[in-house]
Write a protein that binds this ligand. Structure first.
Ligand SMILES: Cc1ncc(COP(=O)(O)O)c(C=O)c1O
Length: 461
């Protein structure tokens, strides 16, 4: 059940957790697919990441803190690059972006997607080659488009007729011919193991395929001849484990590609299938390795192209979560433990919805473990909650923690690399946590903690 604005009376007080969550045989054991590759429980019982003890990290950087296993992120980026050797892999920066991550992504040979002037500025300031940047967004301003053109961004993903007019005028003024894709809304919405395919596309992004807007957009760009139309783009959802949604979207978007060829004699050379590849947040999630995804996507595109008698276009994909999500865990300190009449135990940590809004926003599931020590106590079904003034301020809805969990303990929540720091807020004037990258036994700050001065710095008067 979703957390409710009205408060706890609307919550699912007293349940025993989801059916799949069973008391673990060993409450100290880590489920490997949930954790960065170099996290283990050290001999002393505390977690270590790339050889560093989390107690040291907590002492040095404070809590809460996002801890990034740098080699894990890099290896996931490489896994995608190697699995898709002739495909441009755009890391979706919205998942998490800072200058150090831009550099890691660039060094591993990936491209980068941005979707705002701020993300673009971050990418450029960290030295990402502009031609390897793609620029998304359903409402890019004239200033943002101007900046992208002046920087020489490799491709701009067109999202509306207004934007086509804006960009065409700006490109004409400058005498440039930017590469563009058309974002097609294909009527496929995919999430985990299900997808819905509809004939209508009721959402703010992109040009409707069924309504004819996508074809009209392509014809407008081709007929004007100012922008360099490289191809079509579709993105169908997030946390996807099953590729059948991609099959329907590829079929639809390639049918449009054939329609454009038949009407204008132009075969667009590129196709972007978007991102959305799922990761494991709990034991219920079973993501496919990139090599497997690559095989399936390639097969889908090959057979749909053959059906439409099209040459196979140069492909690109845009994974965000699958690269950064599993590489990070959040380290918290427990402040209070409250047992409600034997119904539920609330373990309050020193962060919450300001550093991870996904549980409250999307009803997302996470897992957690006692991080600073091992325990011999029995597993206890607990709810990990934050310190914010909101009943829906839940980090982990249900998890078995040792029954002796107590104030001062460290708790770690894995899978927080994507859409946590990037969606973090200052709700209740809580400073946003730092991001600490660990590699070869050494830690370095890549985003510092906000301070009280930061919080006050914007107040005028
Ligand atoms: C156009 C586009 N591409 C890529 C992504 C990245 O998705 P994910 O992080 O789930 O891979 C998103 C996410 O919203 C998106 O909107």
């Amino acid at each position: 059940m979703r957390a409710h604005e009205a408060g706890a009376m609307h919550g699912d007080i007293g349940d025993r957790g989801p059916g799949w969550l069973r008391p673990p045989a060993d409450v100290n054991a880590l489920v490997p697919q949930l954790w960065p590759r170099q996290v283990e429980r050290g001999a002393g019982g505390a977690l270590t990441v790339a050889g560093l003890d989390v107690r040291e990290l907590a002492a040095g950087y404070g809590t809460p803190a996002y801890v990034l296993d740098e080699d894990d992120l890099r290896s996931r980026a490489r896994d995608f690059r190697d699995a898709f050797p002739d495909v441009d892999v755009y890391y979706a920066g919205k998942a998490f972006l800072c200058r150090a991550v831009v550099r890691m992504i660039a060094e591993e040979g990936l491209h980068l997607d941005v979707c705002s002037g701020g993300e673009l500025a971050t990418a450029l300031s960290a030295g990402m080659p502009a031609e390897r940047i793609g620029f998304h967004g359903n409402n890019k301003s004239v200033a943002e488009l101007t900046r992208a053109l002046d920087a020489g961004v490799g491709r701009i993903i067109l999202d509306s007729f207004t934007e086509i007019d804006r960009l065409t005028a700006l490109a004409r003024e400058r005498g440039v011919r930017p590469g563009v894709l058309i974002r097609v809304t294909v009527g496929v919405e995919a999430h985990t193991h299900e997808f819905i395919a509809t004939a209508h596309e009721d959402q703010k992004f992109g040009f409707s395929l069924a309504g004819g807007a996508a074809a009209a957009a392509a014809f407008t760009v081709i007929d004007e001849g100012v922008l360099d139309l490289r191809g079509l783009h579709s993105h169908i959802g997030s946390q996807i484990f099953d590729t059948s949604g991609f099959e329907v979207s590829a079929r639809r978007v390639l049918a449009l590609q054939a329609q454009i060829r038949d009407a204008r004699g132009v075969e667009l050379p590129e196709l972007d299938l978007g991102g959305g590849f799922g990761i494991a947040y709990t034991t219920q999630d079973d993501p496919s390795p990139p090599a497997e995804l690559a095989k399936r996507l390639r097969k889908i595109v090959d057979s749909e192209c053959a059906a439409e008698n099209l040459a196979v276009p140069h492909l690109s994909i845009e994974p965000g979560r699958a690269i950064v999500g599993p590489a990070v865990f959040t380290l918290y300190e427990v402040g209070t433990v409250k047992d409600v009449d034997g119904l539920r135990t609330y373990v309050s940590v020193d962060g919450g919805m300001s550093d991870n809004i996904r549980t409250a926003l999307y009803d997302a599931s996470y897992s957690a473990t006692l991080a600073g020590r091992a325990s011999t106590a029995e597993p206890l079904l607990a709810r990990v909650v934050g310190k914010h003034c909101e009943s829906g301020d839940i980090v982990v809805k249900d998890e078995f923690l040792p029954a002796d969990v107590q104030p001062g303990d460290l708790v770690a929540v894995p899978g927080t690399g994507a859409y946590c720091r990037s969606m973090a807020s200052n709700y209740n004037h809580v400073p946003r946590p730092p991001v600490v990258a660990v590699r070869d036994g050494r830690a370095r700050l890549i985003v510092r903690r906000e301070t009280e001065e930061d919080l006050l710095a914007l107040d005028v008067g």
